[in-house]
Design a protein around this ligand. Sequence first.
Ligand SMILES: Nc1nc2c(c(=O)[nH]1)N[C@H]1C(S)=C(S)[C@@H](COP(=O)(O)OP(=O)(O)OC[C@H]3O[C@@H](n4cnc5c(=O)[nH]c(N)nc54)[C@H](O)[C@@H]3O)O[C@H]1N2
Ligand SMILES: Nc1nc2c(c(=O)[nH]1)N[C@H]1C(S)=C(S)[C@@H](COP(=O)(O)OP(=O)(O)OC[C@H]3O[C@@H](n4cnc5c(=O)[nH]c(N)nc54)[C@H](O)[C@@H]3O)O[C@H]1N2
Ligand SMILES: [Mo]
Length: 772
Amino acid sequence: MSDKHATDAYYKPYHGPAGGWGALISTQHHWLQSKNATRNLRTLLKTNQSQGFDCPGCAWGEQHKPGMVRFCENGAKAVNWEATSRTVGSAFFAQHSVSALYAQTDYFLEFQGRLTEPMRYNPTTDHYEPISWDDAFALIAEVLKRQDTPDRVEFYTSGRASNEAAFLYQLFARAYGTNNFPDCSNMCHEASGYGLISSIGIGKGTVEIDDFEHADAVFVFGQNPGTNHPRMLDTLREVIKNGKQVLCFNTLKERGLERFQHPQNPVEMLTNGFTPLNTAYFIPKLGGDMAAVRGMVKVLIEMEAEAQARGEALFDHAFIAEHTQGMDDYLKQVEATPWEKILDQSGLTREEITHAAQVYARSERVICTWAMGITQHKHSVPSIHEIVNLLLLRGNIGKPGAGACPVRGHSNVQGDRTMGINEKPAKLLLDKLSQRFEFEAPSLPGHNVVEAIQAMLNKDSRVFISLGGNFAAATPDTEVTEQALRNCELTVQISTKLNRSHLVTGKEALILPCLGRTDQDIQKTGPQRVTVEDSFSMVHASAGVLQPLSTEMRSEPAIIAGMAQATLGSFPIDWLSVVEDYDRIRDLIQDVIPGFSDFNHKIAAPGGFYLGNSAREHRWNTPAGKAIVHTHGLPEHILHSAAADLITHNTLIMQTLRSHDQYNTTIYGLNDRYRGITGERKVVFINPADLQRLGFTEGQEVSIRSLWNDGRERRVDGFKLVPYSIPAGNVAAYYPETNPLVPLSSVGDYSHTPTSKSIAVVLEPNQSTRII
Ligand SMILES: Nc1nc2c(c(=O)[nH]1)N[C@H]1C(S)=C(S)[C@@H](COP(=O)(O)OP(=O)(O)OC[C@H]3O[C@@H](n4cnc5c(=O)[nH]c(N)nc54)[C@H](O)[C@@H]3O)O[C@H]1N2
Ligand SMILES: Nc1nc2c(c(=O)[nH]1)N[C@H]1C(S)=C(S)[C@@H](COP(=O)(O)OP(=O)(O)OC[C@H]3O[C@@H](n4cnc5c(=O)[nH]c(N)nc54)[C@H](O)[C@@H]3O)O[C@H]1N2
Ligand SMILES: [Mo]
């Protein structure tokens, strides 16, 4: 058993600020590791510049001030990771069998370098072997054509695909005949899309990046920008410098939200001047934000009564009357919610909630931002409705400096949805596609991620095609998902780097190596650019700068066109001709997708163009023509009943989250600087009182077992306990190592998003070392 000294080796609390010298040192380390220092410096300086490429790191927007260097530490890691000169080609696969590679860690797999040749799995030898592009496309076409219905095929998308690739991909799948579009968004901001469409009639944030300059207060719910959206820290820092408020709600004391030092501002770094980033930091329990916001509204109702007694008003009654429906019912429900329930579920004190409410009341313009701490729970959609209701009370949607801001993850996940990657497409999109391309677009809803896994498990779906991403590792219930993929007749992975999904093969399996954001993309008419959309609905161009490592790599649009041409011939378009010049793809997009008229012309502008947002203009695309104020009771329990029914006094609620050295399933390194972890990923952050109550010691290795009433054991072993500032009853551990614990059917209400932030678990002495 480990003692305290064993823990010291990997856990040492971090006292510095976020950003700053640590960020620079870390960037340099990753730079050198990529074996390509000068090539990468050139690359980094082109990041997010108008003549360069869009950073593949995150979907935060750009503030267009001249001369700014527009990358952050973690963006630099993402760029360096892609721009490596290491390659994985036929010699590599001849050397390593698929089973041998399967035994390696995720870190090892991606570290091997860029995929450079199309490969086909040979089950007899258990090795991948080279295949020509034509043969690969012919194999895909043959398998697709022999299916009795197009709904046997799943078309997965990860959010790095460009608008051009995404548009062609959905056109291919729909022309083939299915809406089976499981996509990473189903595991990510689905609840934001659903929650916002059902309340304000558009599934996107309502703020522009410049709104932050005008906000009086920014409420940051359930996100860790120091790691996951570092450029957002610059924006928050400016808010505070303007003398305005940033209030953070996070179940962990995240260093990146507490203090921040700008890595590109030498004066600040030399003087060691830290900007205190938050003006208040609240630590709710997991899943407690809805209760916290409800408590704030309860206080605001009292303040409104006091204001009325003075002949004044706190609520924006004119706005409520003109623009909303259902506010009275909601306010009655809030009044009927007892404080005990609010305090118990939120884990906050009445004073804390009152303080937050007072800041809200004093602020003319309020922005609420959120990410996975809100969207990956069972009651995520109700939580988002609650946040929207809070904003609507004082007309905080559609005025400068105010609004709703779900902070997106992947750099083009929002654009992919705009382009029609959606398993439940709007009728308008299908009508436009049918009209423009003269075919009947399929109207039956397709599968989301969880449904796709279930369908492959039942063998209802038999082919899995993946435009990027790492489905086997990113999805819940790893063992079940792997079985689902293995059931397929064919799995196709269009990827930049080797990952677990290449090793969990169907009967047939293909790896199709593609160009990334940083690579030059030369087609018949010359160099091409693609476009992406950020969290603020800004669409802009991106063009890679590096020479591809192999002539055998193809662009995503070219690969999609190759599959489509082999499967469908020139129906409904001449696929190969549109990829000769991406302007032609953009012409198609402009004909189908609203907001893209004059597309090719508009992307010439530096910074791109704004797609507009109906809610911001007070046009509410809801059945009532107004913003809908939804009324939900606080959840009985934050867990799904299949877990809640099994809990005992030993049960803890676990969130799965990202370390500082990872990009989703891509592991750059084994450190998590701001949380003080080095050289280790298998850790469980736990409240010291729980550690003692459960009879464990710091640094002890444990197994984590999750609770779900289907008789299947879900367990991971060998995790070290790290005492941490986290509410009692809650624990945290990294994704994807803990994905085997997330039951496939533990999904959010309305959103069907796996509840990756609320899993019932028990900790047990480590099973792998236990003496029986
Ligand atoms: N460097 C880097 N950048 C990334 C990514 C990456 O992996 N690495 N991933 C990208 C993607 S796809 C996404 S979606 C985003 C993810 O960005 P985040 O949402 O910031 O990612 P997580 O690591 O899941 O962090 C969740 C945060 O919410 C807190 N939290 C969890 N549950 C709750 C809760 O119930 N209430 C509250 N108030 N807080 C809670 C956690 O303590 C943690 O700070 O980042 C994107 N950017
Ligand atoms: N337990 C748990 N599970 C989660 C989450 C969680 O918080 N907890 N978060 C969820 C979230 S928010 C998300 S978004 C998903 C992410 O799910 P995915 O998007 O499926 O996973 P990534 O890890 O981002 O995918 C990485 C792989 O993408 C490929 N790739 C990288 N760049 C490119 C490119 O430009 N083109 C192509 N074709 N391929 C490329 C590389 O091969 C790389 O190995 O995971 C979800 N899963
Ligand atoms: Mo995400």
